[in-house]
Design a protein around this ligand. Structure first.
Ligand SMILES: Nc1ncnc2c1ncn2[C@@H]1O[C@H](COP(=O)(O)OP(=O)(O)OP(=O)(O)O)[C@@H](O)[C@H]1O
Length: 236
């Protein structure tokens, strides 16, 4: 379980998280949604200990994360923009990460699944955006972890890769994992998410299933439901 209580984070005068409270149960696919700049990545980085909140507490699996780092070995994280060292080859990057983690991995199987074979000897700076994203996916799914955090995982993917990504996410769910995803692609969210969390003005504006959100906003489609939730605050 992830428990966030009274989380505040300000960058300069910009109050990004404003007393955010949130509880997420174990298992299933949870989509964290919200407009650009609403604080989704900031919240994720707080969970990972990469951003230190000004105030508030976070517990993952009943353990407060402040001052702790061990819990991070139980999280696979896929950043929104993977800042790979350009002169390193794909194969070298996979080997480096494997050496660091010292855990059994699915790198070979996943690299094959995403057709990365012909790219393994290429330097990362020479890859297309979509191919870089496939490398990012392999790195995020290659180790067995109870919690996966995927920040905009669909960026740049072709339809075949997108189908494989959705299958991988569902597979992780079927193994009892918790998968947190941010995305602006509502079709993707509607297809995979069990639960939706909508962030607005530094707090949780809505938390529930896609169907609950549609019902509440009297919309048949998630994109319209999201548009309606911000237009009519009484829906919150
Ligand atoms: N390190 C930082 N220094 C200053 N401002 C920051 C920093 N990180 C984030 N911000 C600001 O915090 C706000 C929230 O950013 P964040 O990346 O969390 O939003 P987001 O909801 O993930 O947005 P998007 O949908 O565009 O990815 C933005 O106004 C952003 O400019």
């Amino acid at each position: 379980m992830i428990e966030v209580n009274g989380l505040f984070k300000k960058f300069g005068k910009n109050q990004v998280l404003d007393g955010l409270d949130l509880v997420m149960g174990d298992g299933g696919i949870i989509a964290i949604l919200g407009p650009n700049g609403s604080g989704k990545t900031t919240l994720i980085k707080c969970l990972l200990g990469m951003v230190i909140p000004d105030k508030g507490t976070i517990k993952i699996g009943d353990v407060p994360i402040r001052g702790s780092w061990k819990y991070r070995s139980g999280i696979n994280y896929m950043p929104q923009i993977a800042d790979f060292p350009g002169n390193v080859k794909v194969r070298e990057l996979f080997d480096m990460i494997r050496d660091l983690r010292q855990q059994p991995d699915r790198q070979q199987e996943l690299a094959e699944l995403f057709g990365l074979g012909p790219h393994l000897q290429k330097r990362l700076s020479t890859l297309s955006g979509g191919t870089k994203q496939k490398v990012n996916i392999v790195l995020s799914f290659m180790f067995d972890c109870p919690l996966l955090i995927l920040d905009e995982p669909t960026t740049g993917l072709d339809p075949a890769a997108l189908i494989r990504l959705k299958e991988l996410i569902r597979e992780e769910k079927s193994r009892g994992k918790t998968v947190l995803i941010t995305s602006h692609i509502m079709e993707f969210v509607a297809e995979v998410a069990d639960e939706v969390i909508y962030l607005l003005e530094g707090r949780i504006y809505f938390q529930g299933t896609v169907d609950e959100l549609k019902k509440k906003t009297r919309q048949n489609n998630l994109e319209h439901a999201i548009a309606a939730i911000t237009a009519t605050p009484e829906n919150a």
